[in-house]
Write a protein that binds this ligand. Structure first.
Ligand SMILES: NC(=O)c1ccc[n+]([C@@H]2O[C@H](COP(=O)([O-])OP(=O)(O)OC[C@H]3O[C@@H](n4cnc5c(N)ncnc54)[C@H](O)[C@@H]3O)[C@@H](O)[C@H]2O)c1
Length: 334
């Protein structure tokens, strides 16, 4: 079955959606929309009809599935129109600019029974998949701590979100995915170092009740770093999101040792192994998953509700920064 796909927003991210749909089995990129006239070149390159008005595109092309890759502040309005048109909708991360807007989208999609997916791309990173498998098989034992570093220079196209909602939200979502639950509390600090209008650096501490996560995100560091570490009672894993390398150190913890010499031997050099990961473009895996779910009528991974939870935790982190206090993560059931 061929799924007719459209893309709204052909900027930094949306152009990659167009490129990938144009090459994805089972998908036909029929059209793309952007308010900028220059974006027509991108649409043409991938064989898509171009529209300046995405509503006209929805009406005329009647796609089965759509990617929304407009700036975050427009996700709610554009996403609403797509869902109302009954089109299976993938909205780039973060789902929306606020919890209220994210909830509106989720409720609308649920009430109209329209599939809604959120582009939390790292869920489709092959190294993350391999790490999740290790965790689920108990190879790392009980998880105690997670750290993530997502730092680099300022991306000039980000005009409407701060570093927590735009960047840290990736790791906020992954923490919930890897721990399998939401944090109970959050404490965060953020500041405006090089950007006078929005937070451009943040440190976030998430309390999972028995496990903790520490996230660092900024647009200050002159080199792009995307790293994750997970410590459990059975071992320690180091993951590089960019190179998709995953290394595991097996725990050598033993309760008794007779001498300091024994201590050094037992604790000094753990067994280390590189976990084989078949490298692949995460966005390709994400979009193929979306297309195949639409074709089969199955709910996609990373539902609107999961996107809403990530926005909720990111918003609580922002509230903690503003109030200078620990914030309980309250999830409204509605
Ligand atoms: N998953 C990821 O790793 C990742 C990476 C970058 C950006 N993003 C997300 O993608 C979204 C877009 O970010 P970007 O960096 O591509 O921004 P961008 O500014 O480069 O591109 C946005 C495009 O949307 C167009 N646009 C704006 N309003 C429109 C409308 N009403 N109709 C049609 N087109 C419209 C703009 O003209 C622009 O071309 C953001 O939500 C961002 O958080 C995700």
């Amino acid at each position: 079955m061929m799924i007719k796909v459209g893309v709204i927003g052909l900027g930094n991210m949306g152009r990659h959606h167009a490129r990938i749909y144009a090459q994805t089995d089972g998908a036909e990129l029929v059209a793309a929309a952007d308010v900028r006239e220059e974006a027509e070149d991108v649409a043409r390159r991938y064989g898509a009809r171009f529209y300046r008005d995405y509503r006209e595109m929805l009406e005329r092309e009647r796609p089965d599935a759509i990617s929304v890759a407009v700036p975050t502040g427009f996700h709610r309005d554009v996403g609403t129109e797509c869902i109302r048109a009954g089109v299976a909708t993938l909205i780039e991360k973060p789902l929306a600019a606020s919890v209220e807007e994210a909830r509106e989208l989720v409720k609308l999609a649920e009430s109209l029974d329209v599939p809604l997916m959120v582009g939390h791309i790292e869920r489709f990173n092959p190294a993350v998949r391999a790490l999740k498998d290790l965790i689920d098989h108990g190879d790392l034992g009980g998880l105690t701590s997670l750290t993530a570093r997502r730092v680099g220079v300022f991306p000039p196209q980000v005009k409407d979100a701060d570093v927590i909602l735009d960047l840290a939200v990736h790791d906020i979502d992954l923490c919930s995915f890897l721990f399998g639950r939401l944090p109970e509390r959050v404490y965060a600090r953020a500041g405006k170092a090089l950007n006078s209008r929005r937070w451009d650096f943040a440190g976030i501490f998430l309390d999972y009740g028995g496990a903790v996560a520490l996230l660092q995100a900024n647009w200050i560091t002159p080199v792009k770093i995307r790293e994750l570490t997970v410590t459990g009672t059975g071992g320690y894993a180091e993951l590089d999101y960019i190179t998709q390398k995953l290394r595991v150190y097996e725990s050598n913890y033993q309760r008794t040792f007779d001498s300091f010499g024994d201590f050094v031997v037992k604790f000094g050099s753990p067994r280390v192994r590189e976990v084989p990961v078949e490298g692949a473009e995460p966005l390709y895996l994400e979009l193929s998953h979306f297309v195949s779910c639409v074709a089969r009528g199955e709910p996609p991974e990373v539902s609107g509700r999961e996107g809403l939870l990530a926005v909720t935790v990111a918003t609580e982190a922002a509230r903690s920064c503003e109030e200078g206090q620990v914030v309980e993560v309250g999830i409204c059931p509605g």
